[in-house]
Design a protein around this ligand. Structure first.
Ligand SMILES: N[C@@H](CCC(=O)N[C@@H](CS)C(=O)NCC(=O)O)C(=O)O
Length: 196
C-alpha cells in the first residue's frame, strides 16, 4: 500500500509513526506530495486534496488520518488498547491538531488579510484544550495508543509551528507524554525536516 504524505503535516506524521510502531513500515510505501501544489497523484487519490491518503493495492483510497490509523491497527492485529477512553483522548488530540493547524493557516496569510479575531480564537481554544488534556492524560498506563499518540503529535506540532505558546509550563503530564514519544525511533524518524 502507498501512503501519500507531506513531511510537515502532523496528520501524516501520526500515520507514519503508526506504520513504524506497528511493524508495517515495509508494507507502507511513503510518497511525498505537497497538498498546496495540487499534485495530480494526490488529487487522483483524494478529491479533497489533503494528506495523508492511504491507497491500497486494489486502488481503494482512505482519507482521514483517524481512518487510516484504524486500518493500520487492524492490519497489525489490533495490538493497542482501543476503548472509548482512547477514542475520547484521540478526539481531543485531533481537535487540538485542527486548531493548531487552523492557527498556522491564518498566520501565513498575507498581513493585510490576516484575522486577529481568528488567531486569538484559535489560541484560546488551544489553551483550553491543553488544560483539559493535561487532566485527561494524568493516569495513562502507556503512551502506546492512538489517543496519546495523537496528543503527542499535536504537541510536537505546537513546538514546530507555535513555539511561543509555552504549553509546557504547569503541564507536567503533557511534558512527560511528549518526552516519552520523542525518545522513540518512530517519532525521531518522522521529524519535519529542519528549516521547513
Ligand atoms: N482531518 C484530516 C485533516 C488533513 C489535513 O488537513 N491535512 C492538511 C496538511 S496538514 C492538508 O492536506 N491541507 C491541504 C488543504 O486543506 O487544502 C485528517 O485527519 O487527515
Amino acid at each position: 500500500m502507498k501512503l501519500i504524505i507531506s513531511t510537515t503535516s502532523p496528520y501524516s506524521r501520526k500515520c507514519r509513526v503508526m506504520a513504524r510502531e506497528l511493524g508495517l513500515a515495509d508494507e507502507v510505501e511513503e510518497i511525498e506530495a505537497h497538498p498546496f501544489d495540487d499534485d495530480p497523484a494526490l488529487l487522483q487519490a483524494n478529491p479533497l486534496g489533503r494528506v495523508p491518503c492511504l491507497v491500497l493495492d486494489d486502488g481503494q483510497a482512505f482519507t482521514e488520518s483517524g481512518l487510516i490509523a484504524d486500518y493500520l491497527c487492524e492490519q497489525a492485529g489490533e495490538p493497542w488498547p482501543r476503548g472509548w477512553n482512547d477514542r475520547r483522548l484521540e478526539a481531543l488530540g485531533s481537535g487540538l491538531l485542527d486548531l493548531t493547524v487552523a492557527r498556522r493557516v491564518e498566520m501565513v496569510r498575507d498581513e493585510g488579510i490576516q484575522s486577529e479575531f481568528w488567531i486569538q480564537r484559535r489560541e484560546r481554544g488551544i489553551m483550553r484544550a491543553i488544560d483539559e488534556i493535561e487532566q485527561a492524560v494524568g493516569d495513562l498506563e502507556s503512551p502506546l495508543a492512538q489517543g496519546p499518540l495523537t496528543m503527542a503529535v499535536a504537541l510536537a506540532y505546537m513546538d514546530f509551528r507555535y513555539p511561543e505558546s509555552g504549553w509546557r509550563t504547569g503541564r507536567p503530564h503533557l511534558t512527560a507524554l511528549l518526552d516519552a514519544w520523542e525518545s522513540r525511533p518512530s517519532f525521531r524518524a518522522t521529524l519535519p525536516p529542519a528549516g521547513t
